[in-house]
Design a protein around this ligand. Sequence first.
Ligand code: ADP
Ligand code: MG
Length: 495
Amino acid sequence: MAQAPSRNGKSLNGVVMEFEAVIGLETHVQLCTKTKIFCSSSTEFGAEPNQHIDPVTLGLPGSLPVLNRQVLENAIMLGLAMNCEIRRYNRFARKHYFYPDLPKGYQISQYEEPICERGHLNVPMDGAIRTIGITRIHMEEDAGKNIHDSRTHSSLIDLNRAGVALLEIVTQPDLRSPAEASAYLRTLRQIVRFLGVSDGNMEEGSLRCDANISLRPVGQVKFGTRTEIKNLNSFKFVERALEYEIARQMSLLKSGKSIVQETMLFDSATGATRSLRSKEESADYRYFPDPDLPPLVIEEAYIRSIQERMPTLPEQRSKELVDGYGLTAYDAQVLTVERMNIDFFEEVFKVCQNAKLACSWLTSELFGALNTAGLDLKRSPVSARNLGELVKLIDSEAISGKMAKTVFEEMFATGKAPGEIVAARGLKQLTNDDDIAKVVESVFANNAKQLADYVGGNDRLHAFFVGQVMKSTQGTANPKKVNDIILSLIKKRRG
Ligand code: ADP
Ligand code: MG
C-alpha cells in the first residue's frame, strides 16, 4: 500500500518512506558498416586523425549526403529483433547544436519519424524474464572527437568518427534498478553482436549509454523528476553512476528538497556524478526535416527479405538448447553469450551427438584453457571437430575421463586430433568384460590371503582389489567395470 508522503520525506506514521528507482536508457550503438552513413569515407577505428574525411564529412558547401543502404537494413534488423513496428514513411531531421566536432552545425538524425517504434526486449534477470518497452530506434550520424592538449593549451579536432552510423535505442522508463539497467544493456549488446550489426565494444565506444533516473515513493504512479547521466561507457560505470545518483536523489528527497532536472556527468575516478548543464528542451535543437535527403518509403517485401536473412536470436537458440538438447538454463545462457560459442557447440555436437558432455567439455575444459592462455574461441588450438572426436572417445568408453584430460592437454598444446594422440601414446581404455575379468583373476591369484578374507566377509578389501587391478592395468581399465566385475566374482565365490 502507498503511504501518504509528508514534507520531510517520512510517511505520516513516522516510518521512513521507501523509494523506488525509475530508469530509462538511451543507448547509442555504432554500426560496423565499412563506410559512413552518408558518404563513402571509411569507418576504420584507430587511424591517424583526419584520414577518413571528405566533403560530406566536413560539411563543405555543395556536398550532399546519400544514405548508406546497409544502415537502413541494420536498423530494420535490430528493430525486428526488438519486436518493433517498422515505420513505412521515414524522414531524417536536422538537430542543431554548435560544437567544434560537428562541422555542419547540425547532426543528421531522425525526430518525429524514427525507423522503429513500440517494441520490447525480453531481458533475463535472476532466472526470470523482464520485458522492457522500447520506445524507438532511430538512425543518426556520430560527431567527431575533440582532443584537449594540456601541454600546448590547444584543442584539436579529429573528424574520423564524424558521420559514422549510429542507432539510438530508447527504452521506456521500465527499468527499476542499476542491476536491471546493466542486464538490459548486456542483452542489447548480445543481440547486436548476434545480428552482426555492431561489435558492441564498450571500451572502444561502439556502445554508449545515457541513463535517465528518477525516484518515486513506492506505490506512487506518477514519475518523479529525473536527471540524465551522459555517456557511460562500461556496464560497471552504468551501475555505479546509477547507484550514486539514487543515493544523491534519495538524500535530497528525504530531507524534503526537490530534484532539479539536469544533465550530469559521471566521474569514474571519484565515483560521483556532477552537473553538466540544465536539461535542454527539444525546442532548443530547432529540429526540422533535412531537405537534402528524400523521405524513405519502406516496402513490406523489403522488410520480409531482411527478416529472412536474420540469424536466429539468442532467446530462441537458448530455448532450443534447453528443450531440444536437454541442457540446463544456466548452460544455455553460457553458450548463448556469444554467437561464436553456440555455433562451436553445435559443431561439437554434430560430431559426438552427446549434448551434455559436449557442453561440459566446451564450457569447463576448453573455455578454461582458453582463458588461462588469454585466447578467444576464434583462435582456439582445439577445433570443434577435434573436441567432438574427443567427446566421442569418452562417450564410447574408448578412453577414460582421466585419460581424456591428458589427451585434451596435448590437443590444446599441439592442435593435434585426439585419435592421433591416443594412438601415439597407446592410450586405450580396457573395457572388454572378459579382458578385465582375466586381470581380476590374476590379481586374486597373486593375493590369496586377502582374497580369502574378502570372500570370508571383509568387504573393506574391495577397495584394495580395485586398486590392484587399476595398478596392474596402469590405469587403463574402466574403473566402473572393474568395480562391478570384482563384486560379481566375489559373489560367485561366496556362493
Ligand atoms: P528527452 O526528450 O529528454 O530525450 P525522452 O522522453 O525521450 O526525453 O526520454 C528519454 C529517456 O528518459 C527515455 O529512456 C525515458 O524512458 C526516460 N525517462 C523519461 N522520464 C523519466 C523519468 N521520470 N524517470 C526516469 N526515466 C525517464
Ligand atoms: Mg531523447
